[in-house]
Design a protein around this ligand. Structure first.
Ligand code: NAP
Length: 288
């Protein structure tokens, strides 16, 4: 079983995590189905779960994703110390929109609410969901550092971040993870050096929308190159797309979302193949 260490925390997880977003946003499955997807993932060895307070329908529904996980943990009935939960703060959902809300006061409020909704005393990995254009980045980060000193957060992660901002964050604190969009069709962080920068600092690069996103993922199943490679390696085009990410670096942790058990059970087979360097290159040039 291929593992990934989370930054320098010393904690290792299975190399495919579960993205919790499809379980709580518009189009989400009913609660029983959602919990069965989470349990199926845990039963199969997935021990990293990426969630957020804003994975919900709107502002009234904030915390849906976290309450769902708390319920799933209660109902699972198996030891759960090894399950690592990473949540996020810094956005809000007025009327269902996605907007920034990362002032120090709001981040503290969100973090405390997440602790309550998850029924935890400490958050293993707390990620700034996105930089708030109305708040100096180091002010948002400063509050996370305070929350860490108080023991509410064990480790800090950043999401939707640039190499320049990551470098400035590292001047003031340790960052264990970066979570950005990365998939076969969206390779920005491979080209701008962020993945390499994370590797240099032993920061886990968590690839979100790793199979193209909630709608974009259909493109994976229809792409001629991915389909051909899937047939060649006797796997699914999704596993080809995920294996490509896994092989970009030992610090890569893809977190495919799933609202069906079949999706996550397929995705976890991504470590069963090993794409040949020539095939890696073909995918790297998929757009060219
Ligand atoms: N930090 C951020 O700003 C940010 C932004 C977006 C996402 N994220 C995180 O990243 C996670 C993943 O991103 P995402 O959910 O946007 O996109 P994604 O993982 O690229 O795609 C998710 C969709 O792909 C389908 N899928 C995944 N694996 C499959 C497989 N092996 N076979 C068939 N279908 C498969 C699922 O379908 P079914 O629903 O039918 O199972 C799922 O709804 C999210 O859940 C969230 O935790 C973070």
């Amino acid at each position: 079983m291929m593992k990934r260490t989370i930054g320098q925390t010393g904690r290792s997880v299975f190399c495919i995590g579960l993205g919790g977003m499809p379980l709580s946003i518009e189009g989400r499955p009913d609660e029983k189905t959602a919990i069965s997807v989470i349990h199926a993932a845990w039963d199969a060895g997935v021990d990293f779960l990426d969630i957020a307070n804003v994975y919900c329908l709107d502002q009234q529904d904030i915390g849906h994703n976290e309450r769902l996980i708390a319920k799933a943990l209660k109902l699972w009935g198996k030891p759960s110390e090894n399950i690592m939960i990473a949540t996020k703060g810094g956005l809000s959902r007025p009327r269902g929109d996605w907007t920034s809300l990362a002032s120090p006061k709001e981040l503290r409020r969100a973090c405390e609410r997440s602790l309550k909704d998850l029924q935890l005393e400490t958050l293993f990995l707390y990620q700034l969901h996105a930089v708030d254009p109305h708040v100096p980045f180091l002010d948002s980060l400063g509050e996370l550092i305070k929350l860490k000193k108080e023991g509410k957060i064990l480790h800090i992660g950043l999401s939707n971040i640039t190499p320049v901002l990551l470098e400035s964050a590292l001047q003031v604190t340790r960052i264990e993870s970066v979570q950005n969009q990365c998939n076969v069709f969206y390779q920005r962080d491979l080209r701008n050096g962020l993945i390499e920068l994370c590797s240099r600092y032993e920061i886990t690069y968590i690839a979100y929308s790793p199979v193209g996103g909630s709608l974009g993922h259909l493109r994976v199943s229809q792409d001629p190159l991915l389909m051909r490679l899937a047939a060649q390696y006797d796997t699914s085009p999704y596993c080809v797309a995920l294996n490509w990410l896994l092989q970009l670096g030992k610090n890569l942790l893809p977190i495919p979302g799933a609202s069906r058990i079949e999706s996550i059970l397929d995705s976890i087979r991504a470590d069963k193949i090993s794409l040949h360097p020539e095939d890696m290159l073909k995918i790297q040039n998929i757009h060219l």
